[in-house]
Design a protein around this ligand. Structure first.
Ligand SMILES: [Zn+2]
Length: 511
């Protein structure tokens, strides 16, 4: 039923569906329902006003995205049950737009070219979910899994927030949540206007449980993969709504009809209200009457997808500052907390070196990794940490000496701690240590000759001879053999001992 209405709308009245974006309307409702939102907005705006933009070229901010698709049972790829490929194309389009790699950047009017910005903000589909499990970043659910949702209801922004977003949102501190749903409706005139809005977003500072971007499914697409149902949509609704999510307002501000209130961005010209379709340069209105006119090709406008092609430098600064001030945890978020990073530990080996075990490995450095813990055990199911390993981005070879463990089999594994709080384990390596019962602790010897015994010997006599057979020192009846040899000349020596279990001769070297 709903789709009958929809089809009629698409082919008859779609172009006059007025509310390009209902972020401002949703914002008014959210301010009413969230007593802290207004205060938070003021705090963020105050922080922004005193936070100078730091030019950090090359410091790209990458934000993980979880894309929630809600469908009503249509087969995959039909209508609202959009394909993964379309979602991936959408993410790519957003990246192109935010990085000013968009293929239509040459359509920016020459007058605005110097103001067009690479925001150095990117997005990726999340690879790790909030539980640390692997994910494609695309979640697909039937609306019949939502107990209070009915297609015949009026899907206002409140209804969508309460029934779709709240129950399913991933932590907004770590992810940008984007919803693709059947419809965003409007009930402000006392009747439900189906398909009234292309999308909406929540400005920073609002309720964490509704802090998302919501898209009508027929806006999802890209320049190279337009929406199959509505090919005039090239994915710019998402670009626009993410702009709101990062604190950008429409160029006419929140109160159309006034030239004194605008978006608080210096390089987007003052604008009275929304402009639609695609004006020709220059476009003037009552607020901007001369010069280069309105920046009608800005992503935050209501113009057509194939008419918008830039963010301004001022908008870039606002979004990047906002992330620092209002969404700082995103700076720690990771697109690819890479399970791949397991493979970044290469060639882990455990080898016996005298009485110790050396564990060596090579790393492909990954900034996703915070640190490592080397784990050890004498059985596979009883591994525990023996060493914290700090990483740096220069070294590739790491090793740890496990000092003088008992004879027997030893298992080692590296636990990888990612900067987003998740962990993963490498495969276990094992080595067998057969220690002699008696041995010289460190040979060659620099200062002190030390004999180690792994079983309880009584040392009855001892002698040290040089290579010529001359006695250097001798003694008897000791528990621990530790002899200062720092005055000896460099060279080869012998240690002869007799124990309650027989005689032993050790060759050793004085450094
Ligand atoms: Zn908007």
């Amino acid at each position: 039923m709903r789709f009958l209405i929809f089809i009629v709308l698409i082919f008859s009245t779609y172009s006059v569906i007025g509310q390009h974006c209902t972020t401002d309307q949703a914002h008014i409702s959210k301010l009413e329902s969230d007593p802290h939102f207004e205060e938070n907005r003021k705090r963020i705006k105050s922080a922004l006003s005193t936070a100078p933009y730091k030019e950090e070229r090359g410091d790209t901010i990458i934000i993980p995205v979880v894309f929630h698709i809600y469908h009503n049972g249509d087969p995959l790829g039909v209508q609202e049950n959009i394909t993964d490929e379309l979602v991936q194309a959408q993410i790519e389009q957003v990246n192109r737009d935010f990085r000013r790699n968009n293929s239509d950047s040459n359509m920016t009017p020459a007058a605005f070219m110097p103001l067009a910005a690479d925001t150095e903000i990117e997005f990726c589909l999340a690879t790790i979910d909030p539980n640390g499990e692997e994910t494609t970043g695309i979640l697909r659910n039937h609306i019949n899994t939502l107990p209070d949702v009915d297609e015949s209801d009026c899907w206002t922004t409140d209804y969508i927030d309460n029934n779709f977003v709240r129950p399913s949102i991933w932590n907004r501190d770590d992810y940008l949540n984007i919803y693709s749903i059947l419809s965003i409706d409007d009930f402000s005139n006392g009747n439900c206007d189906f398909f009234a809005s292309l999308g909406y977003a929540q400005f920073p500072g609002g309720d964490a449980s509704t802090d998302a971007v919501v898209l009508s499914f027929y806006t999802v697409g890209s320049v190279t993969m337009p929406n199959p149902l509505q090919p005039q949509f090239l994915g710019r609704t998402a670009t626009h709504e993410i702009g709101h999510w990062l604190d950008l307002e429409h160029p006419w501000g929140s109160s159309p009809g006034s030239c004194s209130l605008d978006d608080d961005i210096a390089d987007t010209p003052t604008q009275l209200g929304a402009v639609f379709d695609c004006p020709t340069f220059p476009e003037y209105d009552n607020c901007t009457t001369t010069g280069d006119g309105l920046m009608y090709n800005n992503y935050m406008q209501y113009t057509n997808d194939d008419c918008m092609n830039m963010f301004s430098i001022g908008q870039r600064d606002r979004m990047r500052n906002l992330i620092n001030v209002g969404r700082p945890t995103l700076l720690e978020s990771l697109c690819e907390a890479e399970i791949l990073s397991i493979e970044s530990i290469i060639g882990m080996n455990a080898t016996v070196v005298d009485t110790d075990i050396s564990i060596d490995w090579t790393m492909d450095y990954s900034s996703d990794i915070s640190h490592l813990q080397l784990e050890h055990g004498t059985s596979l199911d009883d591994l525990s940490a023996i060493s914290y390993v700090e990483l740096d981005d220069v070294r590739t070879s790491y090793s740890h000496i496990h000092d003088n463990p008992e004879s027997g089999i030893h298992y080692y594994r590296i636990k990888i701690y990612y900067t987003n709080g998740t962990t993963s384990d490498t495969d276990v390596v094992s080595v067998v240590l057969h220690k002699k019962d008696l041995y010289i602790a460190i040979n060659p010897v620099s200062d002190v000759l030390r004999l180690i015994s792994s079983i309880d010997y009584d040392i009855l006599t001892y002698r040290i001879l040089n290579i010529s057979g001359q006695e250097m020192v001798s003694g008897q009846d000791i528990d621990v053999l530790e002899i200062d040899v720092s005055s000896y000349n460099s060279g080869v020596y012998y240690l002869l001992i007799t124990t309650n279990q027989g005689p032993h001769i050790f060759k050793w070297i004085k450094l």
